[in-house]
Write a protein that binds this ligand. Structure first.
Ligand SMILES: [Fe+2]
Length: 136
């Protein structure tokens, strides 16, 4: 297994440099998580990356929502709901991981995170590209 998300700066460009940087970091963390699961599968290490992923996701969502609020972005409410839902899932997943889940469940979880991050960037966030274009 190689990288699970190959970063493509053109494809993932949401038009706001700060958020491109955030998204790249999220993708890097997910790829790191994947490579540790694939190699050593060290539980402590995996938990540390999981926690960092959750912490960084909170940070990123807050930054996005702050910017959306500042410019009165019309999809803010929808984005907020999506963000909360995702964070709850991540927190629950970390909890489940700590308690012990099977390898199949870990793979399923990585797959879910992968799909979610890609959708978040390409579907949800791509919608603000045009909106922020002349503002930021
Ligand atoms: Fe985002």
């Amino acid at each position: 297994m190689g990288l699970i998300i190959k970063w493509d700066k053109d494809k993932f460009n949401v038009g706001v440099e700060l958020f491109n940087t955030h998204h790249k970091r999220l993708v890097d963390l997910l790829n790191l998580l994947h490579s540790v699961v694939d190699s050593t599968n060290n539980k402590k290490h995996i938990e540390i990356i999981f926690n960092e992923l959750a912490k960084y996701t909170v940070y990123h969502f807050k930054a996005e929502e702050k910017m959306m609020e500042k410019y009165n972005y019309h999809h803010l409410a929808l984005q907020h709901v999506e963000h909360e839902k995702f964070l709850n899932t991540v927190v629950e997943a970390i909890d489940a991981y700590k308690k012990g889940i099977t390898m199949i469940e870990v793979i399923k979880l990585l797959d879910f995170l992968r799909e979610w991050i890609i959708n978040h960037i390409l579907k949800s966030d791509m919608k603000y590209k045009e909106f922020f274009k002349d503002k930021i």
